[in-house]
Ligand binder design. Structure first.
Ligand code: ADP
Length: 782
């Protein structure tokens, strides 16, 4: 009875202690104790084992284990079972409870219950066979390593107690494990750590090492007892879990990046993208869809049926296409026109089916491109090509196209007719066969050089047709695309056979003319030479004729009868005329031979004019003509050959007297004009060879002789200033003259660097002028 009460008391105390500890754990629900209830859980176990023995100790271990396991909700899985990690901790706690209970029994029970030797053996057997490593350290009396621990490390209990344990710790963990365990144990605190050990074969284990201090009644730490549990599997599982978690994280990041790319593509693509399910309901539409169709069909469109929006005809076509997609489960392409508010648009639609996991088509995805501009461009291109072909077909010019390398890709009918080749035969390098063999190599080399370097081409060569040869002029220009890339060449071929023949004839004619010119020049030279010689030969006897006739007329050698005097006068005047003619001829010949030299000097203009007037005064008087002069002092001096300028003035004055009826008026006038003003006069073109080299001035002094004579008909005026030209033969014969005067005058003036001009009105009168260049310093204000 006493024993039964004692048992009840001991077990009851154990239950009570567990209840108190559980209550405390519940109270400390937010503290670190709640996170690690095992620390409090050891208290009822130690007290029950210490004062109640093994049975109460084990009972307290079991009850406390259950209480700790269920004290934290996160320890339980959804099914109410204990989580794997906590199961390990619970196992460790249970084993430690067993160990503590057993050790307490060893410590207390022998003296009370006389069961020592047998119980010790039993306990030892239990501890040795426990599936965890158990140890007691810190007391030389009670140091202990169970068999499991020794077998695990491959060491004896003595080796472990020596340096065996420390040496077994993984080198990377050794330092901190020794430090942490020493600190805890020295302070009498429980020690708990997870670290790596290496057994004798080098196999690596992760262990959970827990040690608690055991104190005597006085509170002094007697020894430490601990346990080592193999947590390698858990650690590996954790590492795998961590790796899986990392992979999951990376995959999630990839997926979200990929999703962002996809969204950007859908948002910014110029294509319309949409998904429609088998019932015709929109599942998705991208930004471009909303940009174009949003204003027409509303927003959002997802969940709506397009049949409700599309016009009936468009809906019929659209859904017919959809049926085909669903039936065939293939990618299909369609091209349709659609009327939008801004006009008709052409869309290229690609539709492909979407299948679920079982392979059943549940929707299709449509991708539409607005190809209106492309279509318009194609149509414009087609029309442009059509126009080119029509133009090319009726062009009289040969037209050809080549690629970038110069190989022929097209010829028009005219080209084929000119070259004598068919369209097919001309393709590629075939066109070169039409070229005359003598030109072929040169033409092909130059053509391919220009073509491949993108240069314009122009060349003349011959085509050798079956029996005929024709000359052509071929030109081409490079064709460039908008981006500046060379696309080929377009060229023309013109049949220039006739032109070529005409040119050859012209060249032959020119050569002939040149030869004739040379002959004429030679003849002219000979003529001049002849005239020079002849004039000289003629003048000598003439001098005698004139001299002797003059002497006879003076009657120094006796009186003359009237007939003799008349004949002698005729001889003398004919001699005079002949001398004048010879002199003129001589002068002209000299000028043409380039041998007339001028004797330049500064001439007083007024004196010169006066001298000329005096020389013709008698003749004018004999015809009752009035001689007048207008000599404003525009300039005082000119530079020239006195005799030749006098000759010019005398010729003009003689002609004026000659062709002005009796009683008429002859006026000699001087004036200064600019070269611009001179253009207002009827100035004759200068004979090049007669022009004074280097003469250039902007001022001219003019010597003009005006008369009120018979004038010259307009149709005859072109004959003036020509050698041996007399305007009216009958009149001139009446007046005499040689027809050389004006021609000589023109040349003499031009030799001074001057020009001649005239105006004449039939029946009214004429004005003949000689314009001499005037150094500007000689000009005086009028
Ligand atoms: P000619 O010695 O015969 O006069 P010119 O060369 O001096 O030769 O003149 C050529 C011709 O120009 C003259 O024959 C005359 O018909 C015409 N002619 C020249 N001066 C005048 C003039 N002042 N009035 C009318 N006709 C003139």
């Amino acid at each position: 009875m006493e024993v039964a009460l004692s048992q009840l008391w001991r077990y009851g105390s154990a239950v009570l202690l567990v209840a108190i500890a559980s209550f405390l754990i519940l109270l400390a629900s937010d503290s670190t104790i709640a996170a690690n209830p095992w620390l409090i859980g050891f208290a009822p176990v130690i007290l029950s084992a210490r004062y109640g023995g093994l049975g109460p100790g084990l009972l307290a271990t079991v009850l406390m284990g259950v209480a700790c396991a269920y004290s934290s909700p996160q320890s339980l899985t959804s099914s109410g079972a204990i989580a794997p990690n906590d199961l390990v901790e619970w196992s460790v706690f249970a084993l430690e409870g067993i160990l503590i209970s057993a050790l307490m029994r060893l410590h207390t029970v022998p003296s009370q219950h006389q069961r020592g030797p047998r119980s010790k053996l039993e306990l030892r057997t239990i501890l040795d066979n426990a599936p965890v490593g158990l140890y007691v350290v810190g007391s030389s009396n009670h140091e202990f390593m169970n068999q499991h621990l020794c077998a695990w490390l491959g060491l004896t209990s003595e080796q472990i107690l020596g340096n065996g344990w420390i040496d077994s710790i993984h080198p990377e963990d050794r330092e901190w494990v020794i430090r942490a365990s020493t600190e805890s144990l020295t302070a009498g605190q429980p020690f708990e750590a997870e670290y790596r050990i290496l057994d004798q074969s080098g196999t690596l284990y992760w262990i959970l090492d827990r040690a608690v201090p055991v104190q005597d009644e006085a509170g002094q730490v007697q020894f430490f007892q601990g346990s080592c549990v193999d947590i390698t599997a858990r650690k590996q599982a954790e590492e795998r879990l961590q790796s899986v978690a990392q992979q999951l994280q990376e995959r999630t990041a990839e997926l979200s990046a990929s999703r962002a790319h996809m969204q950007a593509l859908l948002d910014y693509t110029p294509a319309i993208i949409y998904i429609i399910d088998v019932d015709g309901y929109m599942r998705f539409a991208n930004a471009e869809w909303y940009r174009i169709f949003g204003p027409l069909f509303g927003n959002p469109i997802e969940g709506q049926n397009l049949r409700d929006f599309l016009p009936p005809e468009a809906a019929a076509v659209f859904f017919q296409e959809n049926e085909e997609i669903f039936a065939s489960a293939k990618v299909m392409t369609f091209e349709n026109d659609m009327t939008l508010p801004d006009g008709v648009h052409t869309f290229l639609r690609i539709k492909f089916p979407l299948q679920d996991a079982s392979g059943e088509v549940y929707a299709f995805c449509g991708v539409s491109l607005d190809i209106t501009e492309r279509k318009q461009g194609e149509e414009a291109l087609r029309q442009s090509e059509e126009r080119f072909r029509s133009l090319s077909a009726c062009s009289p010019l040969g037209i050809f196209l080549t690629d970038t390398q110069g190989n022929c890709t097209y010829t028009n009918p005219s080209w084929q007719a000119i070259a004598g080749l068919t369209f097919e035969a001309a393709l590629g390098e075939g066109w070169a066969q039409a070229i005359h063999p003598e030109d072929r190599e040169r033409v092909a080399a130059y053509w391919f050089y220009c073509a491949s370097s993108g240069q314009a081409y122009s060349d003349e060569f011959r085509f050798q047709r079956r029996e005929t040869v024709c000359w052509v002029h071929s030109r081409s220009s490079p064709l460039f695309a908008d981006n500046g890339q060379l696309m080929g060449h377009v060229g023309t071929v013109e049949d220039i056979t006739e032109r070529k023949q005409a040119s050859e004839q012209l060249q032959a004619l020119t050569r002939q003319l040149q030869a004739q010119n040379e002959q004429l020049t030679e003849v002219s030279r000979l003529k001049s030479e002849f005239l020079t010689n002849m004039s000289h030969e003629l003048r000598t006897p003439l001098t005698s004729i004139l001299g002797f006739s003059s002497v006879l007329l003076q009657k120094n050698f006796g009186a003359l009868n009237p007939k003799q005097e008349q004949y002698l006068s005729l001889i003398h005047s004919s001699g005079d005329h002949l001398l004048a003619l010879i002199n003129d001829l001589l002068d002209l010949a000299k000028i043409e031979a380039g041998k007339l030299e001028l004797d330049f000097e500064e001439l007083n203009l007024a004196a010169l004019c006066q001298a000329a007037l005096e020389m013709v005064e008698v003749r004018a008087l004999s015809k009752q003509q009035q001689l007048s002069q207008e000599l404003p002092l525009a300039c005082e001096f000119i530079l020239g050959d006195r005799q030749r300028i006098l000759q010019v003035l005398l010729n003009y004055l003689s002609n004026a007297i000659k062709f002005t009826p009796a009683g008429g008026t002859i006026t000699l006038k001087t004036q200064v004009v600019t070269d611009v003003e001179l253009q207002n006069f009827n100035v004759l073109e200068v004979e090049e060879e007669a022009a004074l080299q280097g003469a250039s001035t902007s001022m001219f002094v003019g010597l003009s002789v005006s008369d009120t004579g018979i004038g010259i008909p307009v149709e005859d005026q072109h004959l003036l200033f020509q050698t041996f030209q007399q305007v009216d033969g009958a009149t001139d014969r009446r007046h005499g003259g040689t027809g050389l005067g004006l021609a000589l005058t023109k040349r003499l003036v031009e030799l001074h660097g001057g020009k001649v001009s005239f105006t004449s009105t039939c029946g009214v009168g004429s004005t003949f002028s000689a314009w001499f260049p005037l150094p500007e310093s000689n000009v005086e204000p009028i």
